[in-house]
Write a protein that binds this ligand. Sequence first.
Ligand SMILES: Cc1ncc(COP(=O)(O)O)c(C=O)c1O
Length: 331
Amino acid sequence: MNFNCLSSFCIGNTPLRKDLFLSGLLGCSVLVKEEFNSSLGMSSKDRIAFYMVKDAVKNKGLKEGDTIVEASSGNTGIGLASLAKLLELKCRIYVNKSCSEEKVGVLLNLDASVEKCENSNGLTDPVSTQSCALRYAKKNKNAVFLNQYNNVANFKAHFETTGPEIWKQTEGRITHFIAGVGTGGTISGTAKYLKEQNPDIQIYGVEPLGSVLNEYLKNRIMPSSSGTFEKIDGIGRNFIPGNFHPEFIDYIFQVSKENTFQRLLDYKEKTGFLCGVSSGAVLQASIENLSDSLKPTDVVVLLFPDHGSRYFRKLNTYERQLINHRIKRAI
Ligand SMILES: Cc1ncc(COP(=O)(O)O)c(C=O)c1O
């Protein structure tokens, strides 16, 4: 398969912007890794889509005309669907029924087949995105399930690209890295690289209330109650993905969905920038937990995986609910 057609695309190599509002608020340098500038599918997941397809060609016999199959909260699927078009592959994406309409729209526009599933609770649940994707790939001869939850190429993409970019862009001055956790690939791969350069760099993950990764990080055993967690697109799990490596992570903050949406809307008012929902969770966790502990010399990097335009219906609905709630309280 010829990957030359990708040479004009910028997969990763995203800018690191100094955020003046957050730097003022937190009293140190706060830099935002703007992953929505990746030019293929406009998210951090372009990196892993590229790595997983390259690996599947090399090690799993993927060839032109075959179908790539994935369970995705949308962004990995969009990266894969773009690659599929360029590389003459077919693409089949299993999304949770809560996936944003905007992401489903982009997937369909890129000619991916989209299947909506009951949940994303991992391979032990027969109706999950992961189980449905695996079943399809097993039944269909020319289909390859990439499985970003356990595929080492996910971790490797961030170890080889995201980590080195951040280290270089901060000229080695980074002191804290904060990112949302879904498959764990972004935080684990980036953290391993950064800790190898300087083991004192603090690595903080972010997940929604009810997700299990924070407790697993503390005790290294699966919490007994692995029920539901608040839905924040792309982050949170009730199983431990193979790409989640707790040994590189210092702490995982939990945030509520309500505070996340409020923070995101507040940030939009203050800065004019509409970030994605999981970026809102990273903002919320940072402001809620780090405000009093940072030194003026600290250099904090927040990873924003995608842009708010992927969720504007959910954001509009939430903003309307908030306004109605305020009006009711005022009456
Ligand atoms: C918007 C968004 N944020 C955060 C994440 C979590 O990244 P990771 O799966 O590397 O942990 C994802 C993963 O799909 C995502 O789509």
